[in-house]
Design a protein. Sequence first.
Length: 166
Amino acid sequence: MTETDLIRTIEALNAIRFCGILKPDVKIGLHSCNNAQRNAVLNAFPDGKLITINKEDWDILTGDAGAFGLLCFFNVFHYMPDPVKAFSNVLNSCSYLLIQDLMIRNRGNNTFGEDGDCMRYAYGEIKSNFQNAFDLSVMKDRILFFTPYVENVQNLHFISLIKGNL
């Protein structure tokens, strides 16, 4: 997570809190988060019931993980070789999904890293440099906000709030 990612995350969490779509004591799942992300969620929802989830606890490609008011995934979905299945499982586990991830990440001659990184995302006219990027516009009726932002001249990230199935 970069400093810009954290700033955008804090902005998004505050917007979610102030718009009133979630109760103050909402159950929030944080998948594979770091301390800065956890603190950002706690600051936005101090009365929320925060549950930290590791990939060992929930492989999002294999099913849902119960019911959450809000699920937060920061830099997780670019590791998903099957985003259709991953989104289906996650959206079946929440009322809302806050996702921050990659559209373009220039790693020199290789689009992906050696750590299992395998997917990029697009949104309609906002394209990725990866030809097989998953186009989030297939969920356009669910997307409450979508904000792309430039991390540096080589990287394009996004943050989005998506309506879940609960």
